[in-house]
Design a protein around this ligand. Structure first.
Ligand code: ADP
Ligand code: MG
Length: 601
C-alpha cells in the first residue's frame, strides 16, 4: 500500500475546487465521461498501432447509480491505469497525462483529437462528492489492478485493487448537498445535455443515450438535404425549418467541424432561442458562444466543434486568442461564400429568401469590415417598385439623375412607404428612385453605406421638398415678385408655432404641393440617435420642421389677395393639410380640424 499527499502547491486544493473553480458543478459528469472517452480512444489508437494485446471488446461506457450506497459510477473499458500511472496522472495534478500522451504520439493526426481539454477535469468530481474511488486495470500485459481512494483532503491511499477486466471505474460517494445527482432524471438530463454526441457509446439505465457519429462529423457528400433538416429539428425541436446551412470542415491550421444553419430571421430577433452549441471533440461545452463568435454570427444556429478553442481561460482572453480569431474569420468567410453561391445559383430564390436574412447580412456588414467587403455584392437594396439591385448597381443606376451640384450621389429612401406616400410620389414625379429601407437596423446601415461609398448620401424622402432633395441648381421662374414673396412669408409666420416650424418659400412647379412640411435628414438622425439612447443630449431637443410654401402655386396669389379673415382660414387649412400628410396633426389639433371640416360640409 502506498500513502502520500496529492502534490499541489496550495495547502489544500479541494475547498478551492468546491467553491471557486467551476460555477456549474454539474460539469463534473462531463469531465469524467470525457476522461472515460479519452481513455477509450487512446486504447483504440494503441490497438491500431499494435501496441496493446487482446481484444478491444465492447467499449461502451456505463453510468450507474447505487441509491443505497449513494454512489455514482462511471465505468469504461479504456486503457486503464497502473498504480504508478494513477500516482503520476492523478496525484501529481500539475502534470497532465494527456500532454505526455501527445508528446509520445505527436506525429499522427488522430492523436491530437483525443486529448481532454478541460484542465483539472478529474478533480471536479469533488464538487459533488466527499470521497472518490478509482478502480483500474491497465491494458498492459500482466498489469495488477489498482485502487485509489481520497476523501477530499490532500491525503490519498493507493492499494491493490480488485478490478478483473481492463478499464477504469470512477466511484463518486455523492454528498448530502448534491444528492440530486443520485436521481435518474437528473443524470439523464445531464447526459442528454453534455454527452448526446460523444463518439463512444454511453449507456445509462440499460440504454445507449448518444449518437456516436453526429451529422457534423460526417462527410458532406454522403449527406442529403433531409439529413440536415432532420438534425436541425433534433437540435431545436418545434422550430421552423432553416433557410440553408453551411457544413464546416477544417483541419488546418486549426481544427473545426460543425454545421451552421441560417434561420428565417424575422423583424423581431429573439436571441434567447436556438443558440449555437459549442462542442469540443463531440463533448458539449456551452451554448454561450459570446466572445467566441462575433455577435452577428450568433444569429445563426447549429453546432461548432473545435478542440482548438481554449476552454480553461477567461472569456476576455478568449477574444484575443489567435485560434479563436482565425476560427471566427473562417466562419465569417464561409458564410459570405455561401451567400455568394446562393446569389449566383438562383437569383429569384435568393431574392425570395432575402427578407429573412437581410438583417443578418446588414448586421454583419456593420460590425465587420471584412464581411462588408465580402457581402457588398450580394446585399440587396430594394426600391418602392420592388426592383432589387446590389449597392454598386444602385449607385450606378441613380448617378445620371440623382447627382447634386457638388457631385454627390443622393439616394432617396422611405422607411414607411404608406406614411410618406405623398413624398414618395413627389420624388418619383421628379424621376427619382426611392429605396425602401424599413428594417430596424437600417438607421445604422444607412450611415454605414455613406461611410463606405464615396460621395454617396442617403436622404429620407420627407427630408425636404422634392425640388430640394437633390440640389441641382436649376431655377424655376418665379410668378411672384420679391415683395409678394416676402409678404407671403410674413403672413404664414403668424399662422404657425415658430419654435417648432420655420417658414421658407420656394419656387416650385405650380402642380407641386402648396405647403410641404419636412424635417431635415440631419435633424431627424440626431433625434433618432437620442431616442436609441446613443446621444442623450440630442434626445431632449425640440422637434423642428420646415414649412415650405410653393410661391408658384395658384393658392399663393389667392392668399395674398384675400382679406385678413379669409387669409387666416386659407393658411390654417393649408398648414393643417400639410401636417396631416406628415402625421403631425394629432390630438386636439386633429379633432378641431375634423370638426371644422364637418361643419363646412
Ligand atoms: P485531463 O483529462 O485534462 O488530462 P483530468 O484531470 O481530467 O485531466 O485527468 C487527468 C489524467 O488522469 C488524464 O490525463 C488521464 O491520464 C488520467 N485519467 C483520468 N480518468 C481516466 C480514465 N477513466 N482512464 C484512464 N486514465 C484516466
Ligand atoms: Mg479530463
Amino acid at each position: 500500500m502506498q500513502k502520500g499527499k496529492v502534490s499541489v502547491n496550495t495547502e489544500n486544493i479541494f475547498p478551492i475546487i468546491k467553491k471557486f473553480l467551476y460555477t456549474d458543478n454539474e460539469i463534473f459528469l462531463r469531465e469524467l465521461i470525457s476522461n472515460a472517452t479519452d481513455a477509450t480512444n487512446k486504447l483504440k489508437v494503441l490497438s491500431q498501432r499494435g501496441e496493446t494485446s487482446g481484444e478491444l471488446g465492447d467499449l461502451t461506457i456505463k453510468v450507474s447509480i447505487d441509491e443505497a450506497k449513494k454512489t455514482l459510477t462511471i465505468s469504461d473499458s479504456g486503457l486503464g491505469m497502473t498504480a504508478e500511472e494513477i500516482d503520476k496522472y492523478i496525484n501529481q495534478i500539475a502534470f497532465s497525462g494527456a500532454e505526455e500522451f501527445v508528446e509520445k504520439f505527436k506525429d499522427t493526426k488522430e492523436d491530437a483529437n483525443i486529448i481532454g481539454h478541460f484542465g483539472l477535469g478529474f478533480y471536479s468530481s469533488y464538487m459533488v462528492a466527499d470521497k472518490v474511488e478509482i478502480n483500474s486495470l491497465s491494458h498492459t500485459e500482466g498489469a495488477e489492478p489498482a485502487k485509489w481512494v481520497c476523501e477530499g483532503s490532500t491525503d490519498f491511499k493507493i492499494t491493490k485493487g480488485k478490478r478483473k477486466t481492463r478499464g477504469t471505474d470512477i466511484i463518486l460517494h455523492v454528498n448530502e448537498e448534491n444528492s440530486e445527482f443520485l436521481q435518474k432524471w437528473k443524470i439523464q438530463e445531464l447526459l442528454n445535455k453534455y454527452c448526446k454526441f460523444l463518439p463512444i457509446p454511453i449507456q445509462f439505465d440499460d440504454k445507449v443515450i448518444n449518437e456516436i457519429a453526429p451529422l457534423w462529423k460526417k462527410n458532406p457528400s454522403d449527406l442529403k438535404e433531409e439529413d440536415y433538416t432532420e438534425f436541425y429539428s433534433t437540435l431545436y425541436p418545434m422550430s421552423e425549418p432553416p433557410l440553408f446551412w453551411i457544413h464546416l470542415n477544417v483541419d488546418y491550421p486549426f481544427n473545426l467541424t460543425g454545421v451552421l444553419y441560417f434561420p428565417k430571421i424575422k423583424k423581431e430577433i429573439d436571441p434567447s432561442r436556438n443558440k449555437i452549441q459549442l462542442y469540443s471533440n463531440q463533448v458539449y461545452v456551452t451554448d454561450n458562444v459570446e466572445d467566441i463568435v462575433p455577435e452577428y454570427l450568433m444569429l445563426l444556429h447549429g453546432v461548432i466543434d473545435s478542440p482548438d478553442i481554449p476552454l480553461n481561460v477567461s472569456r476576455s482572453s478568449l477574444q484575443a486568442d489567435g485560434a479563436v480569431k482565425k476560427i471566427t474569420s473562417h466562419i465569417s468567410k464561409k458564410v459570405a461564400d455561401k451567400l455568394a453561391e446562393l446569389h449566383k445559383a438562383d437569383f429569384e430564390d435568393y431574392k425570395a429568401k432575402w427578407h429573412n436574412m437581410s438583417i443578418f447580412v446588414k448586421y454583419g456588414m456593420l460590425s465587420d469590415d471584412k464581411f462588408y467587403d465580402r457581402a457588398k455584392g450580394i446585399c440587396l437594396l430594394q426600391n418602392t417598385d420592388k426592383v432589387y439591385s446590389s449597392i454598386e448597381e444602385y449607385i450606378a443606376k441613380i448617378e445620371p439623375n440623382q447627382t447634386d451640384k457638388n457631385g454627390n450621389k443622393i439616394g432617396l429612401y422611405t422607411n414607411d412607404a404608406d406614411k410618406q406616400h405623398s413624398f414618395v410620389e413627389a420624388a418619383k414625379a421628379k424621376g427619382y428612385d426611392v429605396l425602401l429601407l424599413d428594417e430596424v437596423i437600417d438607421n445604422h446601415f444607412i450611415s454605414n453605406l455613406e461611410q463606405k461609398n464615396e460621395k454617396f448620401q442617403l436622404k429620407r424622402v420627407d427630408a425636404d421638398t422634392a425640388g430640394k432633395l437633390i440640389d441641382k441648381d436649376d431655377k424655376t421662374e418665379s410668378v411672384l415678385s420679391d415683395d409678394e414673396v416676402a409678404n407671403l412669408k410674413t403672413a404664414f409666420e403668424t399662422a404657425v408655432d415658430k419654435d417648432k416650424y420655420t417658414i421658407t418659400t420656394e419656387v416650385m412647379s405650380p402642380d407641386e404641393a402648396f405647403v410641404t412640411i419636412t424635417r431635415s435628414e440631419w435633424e431627424r438622425r440626431m433625434s433618432e440617435m437620442g431616442g436609441m439612447g446613443g446621444m442623450q443630449m440630442f434626445g431632449q431637443m425640440p422637434e423642428k420642421y420646415s414649412v415650405a410654401i410653393n410661391t408658384n402655386h395658384n393658392l399663393a396669389t389667392k392668399v395674398l389677395q384675400a382679406d385678413a379673415d379669409e387669409q387666416k382660414t386659407l393658411m390654417s387649412k393649408a398648414i393643417d393639410l400639410a401636417k396631416l400628410s406628415q402625421n403631425l396633426l394629432t390630438g386636439k389639433e386633429l379633432s378641431d380640424f375634423v370638426k371644422k371640416q364637418m361643419a363646412s360640409l
